[in-house]
Design a protein around this ligand. Structure first.
Ligand code: NAD
Length: 479
């Protein structure tokens, strides 16, 4: 099967006829080819987007909203097909794609279809000067959206929906590792009546296609989600052109557990926040700090729960941990288990590849818990992005706060306690864009989403996203 680019409402091969193999992580087989689009393909996408911009930016909000709602409905009615495609492309359990990824992609369109009708700008009356200032919020023009492989359609649509809701035209590139649902989304956009050229999807490698999008002098903004080192490169490339940038990057999130928490709730959620999606969620709590008085009990119970998680084929309904996304990624995650051992970490459970019957070449790994004695070891400082977590005890609040903040990342933090004063103290002091207290990954799409430090710049979500995808212009009228 050959995936094609989606330019000006048409499906087309890359101009260079250069293709990349697409792997099924659950079996290790190549099951398709995707375009490795060149600068010329990106130029063609730009022409289409630029041509569509005048009309799209003048389309009424009601009309834009109606089309976005239609896309949302069509994602919903294609749930099975999209979930199967996502699971096959990414290795995630099918039930997870059905319960989370695809419904969330639909919600993204529904949310921004509604949000755009409520988005308003300010006016300032200059009293005593007979003047009124108001702010126009104008779309930027043609913008670039680049997304990663871990939550493919979920994160792809999280960017595209606000961009087009705000009146921009988009050139989007999904990860070359998981291009399939982006390809299917293109069909849905045509069916929903999205005008030609409003959304263009070019497939390919980051270093060729992604780079061409970032380097394009007329693309006004880049919304990027991916690794921190890629973010650094994109920032360096885009800065001299003064492009607007939103960078959602890596994380190494602390999960801080106090002895006064609701134990069962904490334990169940901690299993999820450690290993959901094979630990390949930027928000996973991969550094677990447990108050010393609870440590031994937690350690025993956590190991018991984690050893019960079934590693298996994504289509098996019993599977809790599917395949990692690629062979290279599996090797990278495995290398961190070796590093942990070299640094004195103790593997409490997991640490080995798994051979799933009938799918022996798939990229499976046991969920792994490593006990560490210092928060400064590499496995506690560097993003692994797989089913690997560390645990260690703490005694003092200040000590755990210091350890939680002593990493270069600052995406999210989770706190388990029933002490209100402690909650208030720590949520103020934790260096993170999101703090969850007694929960994890609970999302309200109106809230600002993003990180501090090396986890990125800018915020997505709610009106923050609509602000990013518009340019404020002050108009001052003297009367
Ligand atoms: P990645 O940085 O390798 O790739 C992300 C996207 O960028 C892909 O589409 C890739 O093709 C493209 N890309 C790569 N090089 C490029 C370049 N030079 N110019 C333009 N585009 C380029 O990341 P990944 O491995 O796909 O995803 C995993 C990373 O994403 C992890 O670090 C994870 O923490 C992060 N992530 C962050 C968030 C968040 O919201 N902060 C969410 C999900 C994933």
């Amino acid at each position: 099967m050959h995936i094609q680019n989606f330019i000006n409402g048409n499906f087309q091969n890359p101009l260079s006829n250069d293709w990349i193999p697409n792997y099924n992580p659950s079996s290790g087989d190549v099951y398709g080819q995707i375009p490795n689009s060149s600068k010329e393909d990106v130029d063609a996408a730009y022409e289409a987007a630029n041509l569509a911009f005048n009309r799209w930016s003048q389309t009424t909000l009601e009309e834009r909203s109606r089309i976005l709602l239609k896309i949302s409905e069509l994602i919903e009615s294609n749930l099975d097909r999209l979930a199967k495609a996502e699971s096959k492309d990414n290795g995630k359990p099918l039930w997870l794609a059905k319960a989370i990824d695809i419904p969330r992609a639909s919600s993204n369109f529904r949310f921004f279809a509604n949000a755009i009708t409520q988005f308003a700008s300010e006016s300032h009356e200059s009293i005593g000067q007979n003047a009124i200032n108001y702010t126009l919020r104008q779309p930027l023009g043609v913008v670039g959206c680049i997304s990663p492989w871990n939550l493919p359609l979920y994160l792809f649509t999280w960017k595209i929906a606000p961009a087009i809701a705000a009146g921009n035209c988009v050139i989007a590139k999904p990860s070359e590792v998981t291009p399939m649902t982006a390809y299917l989304l293109a069909e849905i956009c045509n069916e929903a009546g999205l005008p030609k050229g409003v959304l263009n999807i070019v497939h390919g490698l980051g270093t060729t296609t992604g780079q061409a999008i970032v380097e394009h002098s007329e693309i006004k903004a880049i919304s990027f989600t991916g690794g921190t080192s890629t973010g650094v490169h994109i920032a360096r490339t885009a800065a001299p052109m003064f492009k607007k940038l939103s960078l959602e990057l890596g994380g190494k999130n602390p999960n801080i557990i106090f002895a006064d928490c609701d134990y069962e709730d904490m334990l169940t959620t901690t299993v999820r926040s450690s290993f959901a999606n094979q630990g390949q969620i930027c928000l996973c709590g991969s550094r677990i700090f447990i108050e010393a008085s609870l440590y031994e009990k937690f350690k025993i119970d956590f190991i018991a729960r984690v050893t019960q998680l079934k590693v298996g084929h994504p289509s098996d309904t019993e599977t809790k941990v599917g395949a990692l996304v690629s062979k290279q990624h599996l090797e990278k995650v495995m290398s961190y288990i070796d590093i942990a051992k070299e640094e004195g970490g103790i593997v409490l459970t997991g640490g080995n590849k798994v051979k799933v019957k009938g799918y022996e070449n798939g990229y499976y790994l046991e969920p792994t818990i490593i006990e560490v004695t210092t928060d400064e070891c590499r496995v506690n400082q560097e993003e692994i992005f797989g089913p690997v977590v560390t645990i260690m005890p703490f005694t003092l609040e200040d000590q755990v706060l210091d350890m939680a903040n002593k990493v270069k990342y600052g995406l999210s933090a989770t706190l388990w306690t029933n002490d209100l004063k402690r909650t208030m103290r720590l949520s103020h002091k934790l260096q993170a864009g999101i703090v969850w207290v007694n929960t994890w990954l609970m999302r309200d799409l109106r809230t600002p989403f993003g990180g501090v430090k090396n986890s990125g710049v800018g915020r997505e979500g709610g009106f923050e996203a609509l602000r990013f995808f518009t340019e404020p212009k002050n108009v001052c009228i003297k009367y």
